[in-house]
Every structure is written in structure tokens, then in C-alpha cells.
Write a protein of this length. Structure first.
Length: 431
């Protein structure tokens, strides 16, 4: 029985654990660090933080795992995969050098330009005055150069907002001490396309669409994501391969040329403008997206463990383990809803008791993202995004109805839930 260690504590990691158990040809023994109460029902959890690189290496060695799957970006940027490979432990994820694609927006832009990947015009700045001088019109996109938990992007509609954002990021160090990328605003429809990479090739997963703003109608501040759905109308398997060849493969090739081959999941956040006939990259992430993963992996019928192991290879394996791979997918639609805590994203409240978890139907997947067990043994909120509810259906409307029906029964004080997730899919698919 293969042993797998999944690193992370969120809804993405819970979805990965479920997918490993559901799709593996040989049932694996799954461990997670640090995990959460939902993951603990499906895997063995260990109290080792996701950013504790030495502790995770020691845990993997002690468990004698066959593979480590790294969920969050922080340990990837910190070099967890490097440390695991130094310890001769196969790891699914990029090295620190390759993870700079997510760790630095400016580096990602440099790679895109070198690789010939279509993207928005930009300038990297380190002062407020330089930032304002780089603005050529509104709206304008301002991106903190480093990691910001999905909250480091602001679309400024006017000069006042742009200046205030630059002050927050560059003078008040809202997220840390890094530069800001001032970027041209692109019109169109956002699509998330992830690819599994083995250092040589990129195999696209099913496309998804994410809802980043906190309120209906795409209003309010950016969050880590308030919901998602898969597939996406207009991006079938052939179109996904075509897009991947233009946005994933050139980056994989460029990083290989630089001696830092990319293995793991390469997430491309895209702006698709059907009227102009263009696809441009908004950002790269170097891991499974959240909450897109919660909508994509329930549709995956291929063996995720085998795919991850082939992409990761062994400590001395050469890149290229995905040659000839063709992925299989459930044709049904998946709709994922995020239940968020009061005050999210600016000041999420924790400790609120969650009710209704025991009454969710088996056909709907509820994954834990920010939960804990209190002293009285109750499941309570422990983060901004608390739970994910994912339903499958023959149409986007049937999946949507099943997801919302289940979400209605899961309650906690101050719960936030967008009511418009996948509405555009219903409109475009069912007309």
C-alpha cells in the first residue's frame, strides 16, 4: 500500500486527499500535515505546520512515505521540495527556484516575456511616485510582488484608489517589503487553466472559473476565492490543449532552459477576450488553485496518485514522466461554493459553532478549509474561508441547485455566501 503525505490545512488539501483516495488504482495510506478536522476524517493528520520545512522532512522520513504532495505556496517558495529531494523523498511540486513564478509577480512577467507568453503590459515600481507615473489610464491593476494569500491584487478605478493602494503596499508594507507591479487592465472573461508538469511537458486539466470578489456581481475586495465551477463553456478539451501549448509549455521550456525544470501543477489565470480573439495570462500560481481544485478534482477520473508520482519522479529520476498521458474526466458539471466567516477578507472572525455538517447528502462533497475543534468538541470556524460545498450535475443548473440546497443547511453566525456562483455558466450553457 503506497503512503502519501499531503502538506496543507485548507479546502484544496482536503479535495486532494479525497481525490487520492477516490481515483488511486491501489488504495493509498494518506497522511496530512497539519490537516484539519475534515481531513482527519479521511486521513491520518500530524501536528506539523505547513511552513515547517525541517519538521515536514523529518515527518516524511519517519513515515517512510512514497510521495509528498505539497498544497500551499508558502512551503514551495520556502524550498520544501528541494529539502525533500535532498532527503531522497519524491515530492510533487516545484523547487524554490521554479516556485518564484508565484513568489514574485515581477519574475513571472520576466519569464512570460522571455518565453513569448501573451500578457498585459506592465512596469515594476518601488515607490508611490514611480507607481503613479506608470499608470497610463483607469482602471489599472496593482499587484504586490510577493505572496499575499490571494489578496495582493487591487483593480484601481481612479487616481485616489491607486495612490492609496500604492501607499498601503509600498510605504505601510501591508503584505511585506516588496515591489509592486503596475499592470494594464485587460477586458474579457477570466478562466483558470491548470496543468500537471513533469519538467518537460505540460498536461492541461479541465478548465474552471473562479469568483474572486467577496460580493455578488463581482463587487467588493478580492479574496482567495468565493466559489468556482468546471468545465467552462467555450473551452473544451481541444481548446484547453491549444491554450496550454501557448501559456504553459513555453514557460516549462524556458525554466528547463534555465536549469530549473518545473514539476508539479502550473496554474495559469487567464483573460479570454472572445471579441478580440486573444488569451492573455494574468498570473501564474505554482500549485493547485483554491477553490478551483475543489471543482476540478471531483471530475477527474484518472489516477491522481499515479499522475503525481510520474510528474514528481524519484530523487534521481530524469524529467519527462508524463509522456503519452491522456486524462479522463467525468462529463458532469461541478459547482463549488465557499462559506466564509464574518469579517472576511479583512478581519475574519473565528470560534463560531458550525451546525448542519452531519446532514449533508453523500452526493455532495463538503471539504473543510478553516475549521477547528473547540474545547467542547464542537466544530468551529478557524479561518476566513471555512467550508467548501461541491456538487456534480448533468447541467450547471442542476449542480448549482444541489450545491446551494446543501449549503443552506450548513450554518454558522455571520456566514458569507455568494449567491451568483455559476450563473454565467447557466446562462451560456442553457441559454
Amino acid at each position: 500500500m503506497p503512503k502519501v503525505l499531503v502538506v496543507g490545512a485548507g479546502g484544496r488539501e482536503h479535495a486532494i486527499v479525497r481525490a487520492l483516495l477516490r481515483t488511486a488504482a491501489e488504495a493509498p495510506e494518506v497522511h496530512a500535515a497539519p490537516g484539519n478536522p475534515g481531513i482527519a476524517a479521511d486521513a491520518q493528520v500530524h501536528d506539523v505546520a505547513a511552513d515547517d520545512v525541517p519538521g515536514l522532512v523529518a515527518l516524511a522520513q519517519g513515515l517512510a512515505v512514497d510521495l509528498v504532495v505539497v498544497g500551499p505556496e508558502v512551503p514551495l517558495v520556502a524550498g520544501l521540495v528541494d529539502a525533500l529531494r535532498d532527503a531522497r523523498i519524491p515530492a510533487f511540486g516545484p523547487t524554490a527556484a521554479a516556485a518564484r513564478l508565484e513568489g514574485s509577480k515581477a519574475f513571472a512577467k520576466e519569464i512570460m516575456i522571455a518565453a513569448g507568453v501573451p500578457t498585459a503590459g506592465y512596469e515594476t515600481v518601488t515607490t508611490v511616485d514611480a507607481g503613479m507615473a506608470a499608470v497610463t489610464g483607469y482602471p489599472v491593476v496593482l499587484k504586490y510582488d510577493g505572496l499575499a494569500a490571494g489578496k495582493g491584487v487591487v483593480i484601481a478605478e481612479d487616481e485616489e484608489t491607486a495612490r492609496a493602494t500604492l501607499v498601503d503596499m509600498l510605504e505601510d508594507h501591508q503584505f511585506g517589503d516588496a515591489a509592486v507591479v503596475v499592470e494594464e487592465f485587460l477586458g474579457g472573461e477570466e478562466v483558470s487553466l491548470l496543468a500537471i508538469c513533469d519538467g518537460v511537458r505540460a498536461i492541461p486539466l479541465a478548465p474552471a472559473q473562479d469568483y474572486k470578489r467577496i460580493f455578488e456581481g463581482d463587487l467588493g475586495p478580492n479574496t482567495g476565492g468565493m466559489g468556482s465551477y468546471s468545465p467552462v463553456v467555450g473551452v473544451d478539451a481541444a481548446r484547453a490543449r491549444e491554450i496550454s501549448a501557448a501559456v504553459h509549455q513555453p514557460v516549462v521550456d524556458e525554466l528547463a532552459r534555465r536549469g530549473t525544470p518545473f514539476t508539479g501543477v502550473l496554474y495559469a489565470g487567464l483573460m479570454v477576450d472572445d471579441e478580440a480573439g486573444t488569451v492573455k495570462v494574468l498570473e501564474y500560481n505554482t500549485r493547485f488553485g483554491d477553490p478551483e481544485t475543489q471543482a476540478v478534482l471531483p471530475r477527474l477520473q484518472s489516477d491522481l496518485l499515479a499522475l503525481s508520482a510520474a510528474a514528481a519522479g524519484g530523487p534521481e529520476a530524469t524529467p519527462g514522466g508524463l509522456e503519452g498521458v491522456e486524462l479522463r474526466w467525468d462529463p458532469r458539471w461541478a459547482v463549488t461554493l465557499v462559506l466564509a466567516s464574518r469579517g472576511y477578507p479583512s478581519s475574519p472572525r473565528t470560534g463560531d459553532v458550525i451546525k448542519g455538517l452531519g446532514s449533508t447528502p453523500g452526493s455532495v462533497e463538503v471539504t473543510h478549509a478553516g475549521t477547528a475543534i473547540d474545547e467542547q468538541g464542537r466544530t468551529v470556524t478557524a479561518g476566513g474561508r471555512v467550508l467548501n460545498v461541491t456538487a456534480l450535475g448533468e447541467s450547471p443548473s442542476s449542480a448549482r441547485q444541489a450545491a446551494y440546497a446543501t449549503a443552506q443547511g450548513v450554518l454558522f453566525d455571520g456566514r458569507q455566501l455568494r449567491r451568483d456562483i455559476a450563473e454565467r455558466a447557466v446562462e451560456r450553457f442553457e441559454g
